[in-house]
Design a protein around this ligand. Structure first.
Ligand SMILES: Cc1ncc(COP(=O)(O)O)c(C=O)c1O
Length: 404
């Protein structure tokens, strides 16, 4: 078989079915207003929720990190790749999210990939055992891949319908008399395609009732949800009740890179021994460590960025609906604007870019067939006049394409 011929055919098929993912490069930092080609456009597609990607305090800290600790660490953590600053950032994250301890990873994808197998694939003194994972249908790819790394003979994987607590309870009830070693309920804190929050208080209640552990990936919630940006546990009054909390430093917390797992100190110490992406992958560089610490310090001192983000989100959600667009309701800065067909989402994203708005479409298989959408993402870095400019473009393009 000619591999290049086959993949070229597949690329053509993706283009023809309008499911090809186009990259539109920026000629500027990530910010409320970015440059595409020579043109300035309003950014509504980034995870730069708090505008920290180009924040002077964060940038200054990152430069200081390089000056004091160098460009790279050139080692994994357990050999010689732990600088004191890695431990300081881990402590800062633990304090911010209200957990006993934290372990850093090169990304949240790596953190999620490393978590499940490090428990399920280890005997931990049990010669015969079976574990069970309950996973929300819309969980992020990294949770799914993490669970795929678990040895199938030792784990039962059960998918519950998205945020459907009756369905989750039915599965837990069915398993009540099974002698599972570990039961783990895994969910995104905020679902990246829908912008909705997991019903964490119900999940915690079910976990207590059925003796399960709760795993939450708060990547789209850290710095975003709750009055002080502590994430979905703050927004759902479950602070301190989540067993394992993962997140990224690659979105609201400066947007560079890095991920973490927070939880009980024994769990984190164990992951330092057994988690493969931690053991076998390079340490985060000092610029990122310093930048992330500055971001957490900013957030701890002052809620104004989080408040601004919440105000901008409420304004955009209200006004885009007033124009006649259908959105998925909620209060998260991820605002899915529902369009139906992939081709409409792709054409509208291109038309909006021409009209001065950078926003991307999502379609099958990323979202279900017939539920193609534009995913708006609001940021604290947007001024009211930027949002108004985007809304004007939406009105013009929406009417022209007969979507409104
Ligand atoms: C819910 C969720 N988890 C994990 C990740 C991966 O994070 P990172 O970019 O740090 O690997 C993402 C990023 O898209 C995400 O949305």
């Amino acid at each position: 078989m000619d591999i290049l011929l086959l993949i070229t055919q597949e690329l053509r098929r993706l283009e023809e079915t309008k499911t090809y993912k186009y990259e539109t490069p920026l000629r500027s930092p990530q910010a409320g207003i970015v440059k595409v080609g020579g043109k300035e456009v309003v950014m509504l597609a980034s995870n730069n929720y708090l505008g920290l990607s180009d924040h002077p305090v964060v940038k200054k800290a990152a430069i200081e990190g390089i000056k004091q600790y160098g460009y790279g660490v050139a080692s994994v953590r357990f050999l010689c790749g732990t600088q004191e600053i890695h431990l300081q950032l881990e402590k800062k994250i633990s304090q911010f999210v209200g957990c006993e301890d934290t372990i850093l990873f090169s990304s949240c994808f790596a953190a999620n990939e490393g978590f499940f197998a490090s428990l399920v694939n280890e005997k931990l003194g049990c010669e015969e055992y079976q574990d069970v994972l309950y996973s929300d249908r819309l969980n992020h790819a990294s949770i799914i891949d993490g669970q795929r790394l678990c040895r199938p003979e030792n784990v039962d994987k059960k998918i519950y319908n998205h945020a459907d607590m009756a369905n989750l309870e039915r599965l837990l009830e069915e398993d009540k008399d099974q002698e599972y070693r570990f039961k783990i309920i895994a969910t995104d804190g905020v679902f990246s395609m829908e912008g909705d929050l997991a019903p964490l208080s119900s999940i915690v209640r079910l976990a207590q009732k059925y003796n399960a552990m709760v795993f939450v990936d708060d990547s789209h919630a850290i710095g975003v949800c709750g009055n002080s940006g502590r994430g979905t546990p703050e927004a759902t009054s479950t602070l301190g009740m989540i067993d394992v909390l993962t997140g990224t430093l690659g979105k609201a917390i400066g947007g560079a890179a890095g991920g973490y797992i927070s939880g009980k100190k024994e769990m984190i110490s164990y992951l330092r021994q057994k988690s493969r992406p931690y053991t076998f992958s390079n340490s985060l560089p000092p610029s990122i460590i310093f930048g992330a610490m500055a971001a957490f310090d900013l957030l701890s001192k002052d809620r104004s960025l989080v408040t601004k983000l919440h105000e901008n989100t409420a304004y955009f959600r209200r006004e885009i609906k007033a124009l006649g667009f259908t959105i998925l309701e909620g209060d998260h800065p991820i605002v899915p604007i529902m369009l139906g067909e992939a081709a409409v989402a792709q054409d509208m994203s291109a038309a909006l870019l021409k009209a001065g708005v950078y926003i991307k479409g999502l379609w099958f298989p990323v979202v279900p067939k017939g539920e193609a959408r534009l995913r708006g993402q609001v940021s604290a870095s947007l001024r009211k006049k930027d949002i108004d400019r985007a809304l004007e473009a939406f009105a013009k393009v929406g009417k022209k394409m007969r979507v409104i």
